[in-house]
Design a protein around this ligand. Structure first.
Ligand SMILES: [Zn+2]
Length: 259
C-alpha cells in the first residue's frame, strides 16, 4: 500500500493535511476548515474523500466539515464529542482510527482547547503525528479552553514519541515562532538555521512542514524548558519564582503572547 501526505492550503496559513492512498485513489482529510480548497484539490487529482478527522472544535478546523459531508455522502467523520460536528465515530484518548490498512492512535493533547486530540498514524513502522494547534514548528498553541498545565503535559507526551516522528501542525507559523525562539536563545544554531530556511521556503510558497521531533527538540523553546540557556533567556525578560520546567514553559507562553 502506498500512502502519501499532502497539505491543502486554506485561509491565510492553515494546512488541511490530506492522506492519499495511491492504489485506490481515496483520501482522508484532517481539520478541513474550508470545503472549497478540499473539493478543488480532490477533483483535480481524481480522488474520493472517504474520511474526515478533526483535532479540535475551532472554526478554522471544522468549518468545511458539513459541506464536505454533503458533497461526499459516504465520508466517515471521526471526532471527539465536544468538536461540535455530527460525527460517525466518537473518539477519545486511546481510541483507534483506521486509514485503510494503517492505524492511528488517538491521543488527548489538550491545553489549547479542553478536548484537543492528536492522531498518531503508523505507516509501515514510521510515525506521523497530526497535532493540530498544540505544537507548531518552533512554537505552541495559545491556551483557550484548556489549561497551561494540560498544554505542558501534552508537550511532554509528544516529546515521548520517537525522534524521527514526523509532526504535522495545522498552521504555517514557523518563521515568526523561530524569531520568538531567538529572542530567548539568540545563540541557538538550530533556531538560526530554521529561521533562514523558513524565510526562504515561505518566500517561495513552500510549506516548512512536516518537521521531525528531533528538529523540534533542537529548535522549539517550548520543548526546551529544562535547558539552561532557555531558563536564563526567560529570566532575562521575566522574573521566575523557580526554575521548574512548568514555570519556564508558562513564562514562555506568556512572553509569546506579547511578542
Ligand atoms: Zn485552534
Amino acid at each position: 500500500m502506498s500512502i502519501h501526505i499532502h497539505p491543502i492550503k486554506a485561509f491565510n496559513d492553515n494546512y488541511i493535511w490530506t492522506l492519499i492512498n495511491d492504489n485506490n485513489k481515496q483520501a482522508i482529510v484532517i481539520d478541513p476548515g474550508q470545503s472549497a480548497p478540499v473539493i478543488d484539490y480532490l477533483e483535480a487529482q481524481g480522488l474520493e474523500l472517504t474520511a474526515i478527522w478533526t483535532t479540535h472544535h475551532h472554526h478554522d478546523h471544522i468549518g468545511g466539515v458539513a459541506e464536505l459531508q454533503e458533497h461526499f455522502p459516504m465520508t466517515h467523520l471521526v471526532a471527539h464529542s465536544e468538536h461540535n460536528v455530527d460525527e460517525d465515530q466518537t473518539i477519545k484518548d486511546g481510541s483507534k482510527v483506521n486509514a485503510w490498512r494503517c492505524t492511528a492512535q488517538v491521543w488527548d493533547i489538550s491545553g489549547h482547547t479542553a478536548s484537543h486530540m492528536a492522531y498518531v498514524l503508523d505507516i509501515e513502522g514510521s510515525k506521523h503525528c497530526f497535532c493540530g494547534d498544540t505544537l507548531f514548528s518552533g512554537g505552541c498553541g495559545r491556551v483557550f479552553t484548556g489549561t497551561i498545565e494540560q498544554l505542558y503535559n501534552s508537550f511532554k507526551r509528544l516529546n515521548g514519541l520517537p525522534a524521527e516522528t514526523l509532526l504535522y501542525p495545522a498552521h504555517e507559523y514557523t518563521a515568526s515562532n523561530m524569531r520568538f525562539g531567538l529572542s530567548i536563545e539568540p545563540e541557538n544554531i538550530a533556531i538560526q538555521q530554521a529561521l533562514l530556511q523558513a524565510e526562504e521556503k515561505t518566500a517561495q510558497g513552500i510549506p516548512t512542514l512536516p518537521v521531525t521531533l528531533a528538529h523540534e527538540r533542537a529548535a522549539n523553546v517550548f520543548l526546551r524548558a529544562d535547558v539552561l540557556s532557555v531558563i536564563s533567556g526567560v529570566k532575562a525578560q521575566l522574573p521566575l519564582v523557580d526554575d521548574k520546567p512548568l514555570t519556564v514553559f508558562t513564562a514562555l507562553r506568556s512572553l509569546k503572547n506579547d511578542f
